[in-house]
Design a protein around this ligand. Structure first.
Ligand SMILES: Nc1ncnc2c1ncn2[C@@H]1O[C@H](COP(=O)(O)OP(=O)(O)OP(=O)(O)O)[C@@H](O)[C@H]1O
Ligand SMILES: [Mg+2]
Length: 375
């Protein structure tokens, strides 16, 4: 099938989320007014192959990817990927008004002010967003920088699987695209929200002001830290710890009459989760502190969860109680814009937390005019 599509000269793209725990692929076709999710699949990332966002074992990832696509029957010729993590810098900056060509020449110099890494070792991108209100000689720019090795190792791994690396995005943007840009009416109230994507190695907090991207921050506490709590307490293997985690209902901690023995595992996990929630809260407070005093947009409307670790039982009610704010699992597939194939509906509904980033990447090239930021 893939030979056939390339014979026809038709590109067939996937959104590819290369996580430290799982590789996720999502394929989407244009359909009526929206999209049809034609295929989605995931497989374990080869052990130790992705570290700190860098594909350290490219061959292993290429092989796993090739096998994933073959097994799931996904006819792909190219992939859209993303980067994320603490070394990825995403900043709104103001610069003197200039053309895109002029900024391209000076962007490394400008970027050096915002990134701690050497600019020579960084891949840098930008988008001119428009004039600064009240300052005609200035413009708003979205600056993105990532370690060159992070970007290049992903491209090499994808090419090693026989795919064209079509674009490299930022995970926070992909998530925003899937959950918000494809569902703008839901967010028209203009309120402030936090998208919290809990993966294996890190949790990404992305703050939105209405439908506009505000900031993203990476916290190094996520699923593998939770597993680690059980591994060290019970001195058990990862499989058993994963099993315990998947059965660890955090909402029991909110029930005054819960049987004490059912509380054992939730209590073990609680300090690590609470530490993560403190960091989430700090990110939100940081954003609020940047806003003008008395600004109405500074009230948090809700937290929208995604990522595999958000599948922790009872997480949303626990967070709601802890943070005193509305918390829900975001599921972009529950949007009429995305028609799903009856055969894959079960898989998508069950695994949706892990597939949101891949979905946002899958639609990237199909909505090229979607701005990074919407007023
Ligand atoms: N039912 C479950 N309950 C709790 N945690 C779960 C469940 N299922 C999966 N996880 C956890 O989800 C994590 C994997 O999620 P995900 O695929 O989003 O991570 P990733 O994208 O590979 O990681 P990262 O983005 O941090 O590199 C693992 O830590 C796994 O243990
Ligand atoms: Mg991830």
């Amino acid at each position: 099938m893939s030979a056939f599509t390339s014979l026809l000269g038709k590109e067939s793209l996937i959104g590819l989320d290369i996580g430290s725990a799982y590789l996720k692929a999502v394929q989407v076709d244009a359909h009526k007014q929206g999209f049809r999710v034609s295929r989605a699949a995931q497989t374990l990332t080869p052990e130790g192959a992705v570290r700190d966002g860098i594909v350290v074992n490219k061959e292993a990832v290429s092989d796993a990817l090739r096998q994933l696509l073959r097994t799931a029957g996904i006819p792909a010729t190219g992939a859209v990927m993303a980067v994320s993590g603490p070394t990825v810098v995403v900043r709104h900056i103001k610069l003197p008004k200039m053309t895109e060509a002029a900024l391209r020449k000076s962007v490394r110099y400008e970027a050096a002010k915002y990134i701690s890494a050497n600019v020579e070792d960084s891949a840098i991108e930008f988008e001119i967003l428009g004039p600064v209100e009240g300052a005609d000689d200035q413009m708003n720019v979205m600056l993105v920088a990532a370690p060159r090795e992070m970007v290049e190792s992903r491209i090499t791994a994808v090419e090693g699987a026989g795919l064209e690396a079509v674009a490299v995005d930022v995970e926070a943007f992909a998530l925003q695209r899937a959950l918000v840009d494809c569902d703008v009416n839901r967010y028209r109230d203009g309120g402030m929200r936090a998208l919290v994507d809990m993966g294996a190695a890190h949790t990404e907090v992305t703050i939105l002001n209405g439908t506009a991207f505000a900031l993203t921050r990476s916290i190094p506490i996520a699923g593998e830290n939770f597993t680690g709590v059980f591994k060290s307490h019970y001195r058990c293997e990862s499989d058993e710890a994963e099993q315990r985690k998947a059965e660890c209902d955090m909402a029991l901690l909110l029930e005054p009459e819960a049987e004490p023995e059912t509380l054992e595992d939730p209590r073990l996990l609680q300090p690590m989760l609470d530490e993560l929630l403190r960091e989430v809260r700090r990110s939100i407070h940081y954003y609020q502190s940047q806003l003008a005093e008395g600004s109405e947009t500074g009230t948090l409307q809700e937290i929208v969860l995604s990522g595999g670790a958000a599948q922790l039982p009872g997480l949303a009610p626990y967070m709601r109680a802890r943070l005193g704010t509305e918390v829900r699992l975001g599921n972009a597939f529950n949007n009429p814009v995305f028609e799903t194939h009856p055969e894959s509906t079960g898989f998508l509904q069950e695994q949706h937390p892990r597939l949101q980033v891949g979905l946002g990447l899958a639609v990237k090239e199909m909505m090229p005019s979607a701005p990074l930021v919407r007023a």
